[in-house]
Design a protein around this ligand. Structure first.
Ligand code: ADP
Ligand code: MG
Length: 142
């Protein structure tokens, strides 16, 4: 089981971590697990990428790196994107005020060249459930 498989419309994944900590790479895994064969690239310049599944469901992948504030994010109509499918946001702290209080926060950091650390912090029942299922799959406990 992969984290992406658990995602449904309205779900928000908050990603933070330095440049090179592995955010985009993680999104590649989540999009594949969710069921899209689309190529996942960094939306640093386009701000938002939309990936599709064969059933036409969508996954929105946003990068807030170039945004100054939550007001900037409002133009991207995040509420609409969240209705259409899950939303994953790189550099989420930059637009914190534009995102729902309930989300799954994943904080990435590089341990060394080949290893990454990931902190999983759910807020709200929905995300506690997702985090539990994710951790059970990763560590094999329940
Ligand atoms: N889990 C991981 N383990 C080892 N290397 C990784 C991992 N995730 C990403 N990397 C490598 O780190 C570099 C930066 O990854 P990227 O996903 O673009 O980071 P970010 O989006 O946070 O800037 C890439 O060279 C990638 O191959
Ligand atoms: Mg990135």
């Amino acid at each position: 089981m992969q984290l992406g498989e658990l995602l449904t419309p309205g779900d928000v994944i908050w990603l933070e971590g330095d440049l090179g900590s592995g955010k985009t790479t993680l999104v590649q895994g989540m999009a594949a697990g969710w069921g899209s064969a689309d190529l996942v690239t960094s939306p640093t310049f386009v701000l938002i990428n939309i990936y599709r599944r064969p059933d036409r469901a969508q996954l929105a992948h946003m990068d807030a790196y170039r945004l100054e504030s939550a007001e900037d994010a409002e133009q991207l109509d995040l509420d609409y994107q969240m209705e259409q499918g899950p939303l994953i946001v790189e550099w989420a702290p930059r637009i914190a005020a534009a995102l729902p209080a309930e989300r799954l926060r994943l904080q990435l950091s590089a341990v060394d060249e080949t290893r990454r650390h990931i902190l999983v912090e759910p807020s709200g029942e929905r995300y506690q459930e997702i985090a539990r299922a994710f951790k059970a799959a990763v560590y094999g406990n329940s």
